[in-house]
Design a protein around this ligand. Structure first.
Ligand code: URP
Ligand code: ZN
Length: 449
């Protein structure tokens, strides 16, 4: 099953690569045969937006490459692209080396990075050029947080450099100044609970962030990618800009498709588990996002996986919602939730499922056709998916390192039964059986000239 085709055949893999697809292939002697009868075979899924190491809001995201990549693989994700996010006060190249050391030899799945541009000066520009030569073809910019954000002149220069280098710029679009003002107002009114997070970052604040970026993208001609788009207002800005010639791709998250803002309003601080930015939105946005996927207005479904423990980290914001570390982990569950609550409910078809969870990310981020499809010459990253499996999601059975699961108790109708990365079996029936350090850094070439 690919983004465009569906057929029944055998797939022959030689070492790391798919070499032949045909009916009734006779396995070479010594070959391992995986019987996929009655199951789907999907290309390995790609999560183009995860946080593994992140120093953020006075604490650190909990995963490391071993825990995150095992969770990713058990859930069918064979490649992930992490946000390398050195804070503004730190050196960009040193940050990149640090992130690389965290992953190399430890990741079980293949990986790459978006390099965070958290300042733009002469030295950083030189370093960005070097980092692009080393195989990174996407930048990440935050418009939403102090300490990570760029001012407008820096944003303009970053996009100009990206255009020159053919790099795509991924951007978190929310207006930082408006958020700060709204937070102050709410706190001064004694509104401190997790449900206020949404009130401090309403859809219009996200739409303004998108509009702002669209203006800069139009002026510079740079290709941009809006990360974690959550609502109708923001999507309308992106579509209007696209009609106006802006080269913009859009990502939404499984959290926005499956959860809504009432979760963050749950009593007794339970809502803190569901605090992320942009916030979970009113349910009325969900059909618009599903329709965006079906119609091609939205390209990808990612996770923005960002794990903070409920008991020791989310609790930092018990008296003040602005201090709740932002993030909802979901790396392990993205594919099963998308399949059960998207495909099985008829919201998207199987081709759209493959397209938005694998193929589009490969195409946008310079990995296609090595990743993102099933064809001779592609990496043998395959997900044999059992549509007859029935089970429930739970923090108890997750490999990712966090003490809760926002989908706790949710039923799933299907899961990966075998997952391979470059020909090696990494997962069997919900269990990681691979080698922890098997993952490779994927060098990518700029393609957005
Ligand atoms: O709430 C979120 N999204 N946390 C992770 C950091 C970011 O904004 O991507
Ligand atoms: Zn973000």
């Amino acid at each position: 099953m690919t983004a465009s085709e569906r057929y029944e055949a055998d797939i022959l893999c030689d070492h790391e690569t798919i070499t032949r697809i045909d009916r009734d292939i006779i396995p070479p002697s010594g070959a391992e045969v995986i019987d996929a009868k009655g199951k789907y075979v999907f290309p390995g899924f790609i999560d183009p937006h995860v946080h593994i190491h992140l120093s953020f809001m006075g604490t650190y995201a909990k995963d490391n490459y071993e825990t995150a990549s095992k969770g990713a693989l058990v859930g069918g994700t064979t490649t992930m692209i992490e946000m390398c996010a050195p804070p503004r006060s730190e050196d960009t190249l040193e940050g990149f080396e640090f992130w690389m050391r965290n992953a190399a030899g430890k990741s079980a799945c293949d990986f790459s990075f978006h390099i965070g541009v958290t300042k733009f000066d002469g030295k950083t520009e030189k370093q960005l050029r070097q980092i692009v030569k080393r195989g990174i073809s996407s930048f990440k910019v935050y418009l939403a947080y102090k300490g990570f954000g760029l001012d407008d002149a820096e944003l303009y220069r970053t996009l100009k450099l990206a255009k020159e280098l053919g790099v795509i710029v991924t951007v978190h679009c929310e207006n930082e100044a408006l958020i700060a003002e709204l937070q102050k107002k709410l706190l001064s009114q004694g509104k401190t609970d997790p449900g206020q997070h949404h009130e401090s970052r309403p859809p219009i604040v996200e739409a303004e962030g998108v509009h702002h970026l669209m203006t800069f993208a139009k002026l510079t001609g740079a290709a941009v990618y809006i990360v974690h788009l959550s609502c109708k207002e923001a999507l309308e800005q992106a579509i209007a800009a696209r009609q106006n010639g802006v080269r913009v791709d859009v990502e939404t998250l499984i959290q926005y498709l499956a959860l809504d803002k009432t979760y963050a309003e749950r009593p007794k601080f339970e809502g803190a588990k569901y605090v992320m930015s942009p916030p979970l939105r009113d349910k009325s946005n969900q059909p618009i996002l599903w329709n965006g996927l079906r119609s091609g207005l939205i390209q990808t479904v990612a996770t923005d996986h960002c794990p903070f423990d409920f008991k020791t980290q989310k609790v930092m914001g018990k008296k003040d919602f602005t201090k709740i570390p932002n993030g909802i982990p979901s790396l392990q569950d993205r594919i099963n939730v998308l399949y059960t609550y998207g495909v099985k409910t008829g919201k998207i078809d199987l081709h759209t499922f493959v397209n938005c969870a694998s193929t589009q990310a490969a195409k946008i981020f310079g990995l296609f056709p090595r990743k993102g499809t099933i064809q001779p010459g592609a990496d043998a990253d395959l997900v044999v998916y059992d549509p007859d499996y029935r089970g429930k999601l739970s923090a108890k059975s997750q490999y990712v390192n966090v003490d809760y699961n926002v989908f706790e108790g949710w039923k799933i109708e299907g899961r990966p039964s075998v997952v391979t990365v470059r020909g090696q079996v990494m997962v069997r029936d919900g269990k990681f059986v691979g080698k922890p350090g098997h993952g490779k850094f994927l060098q990518r070439k700029p393609s957005h000239f």
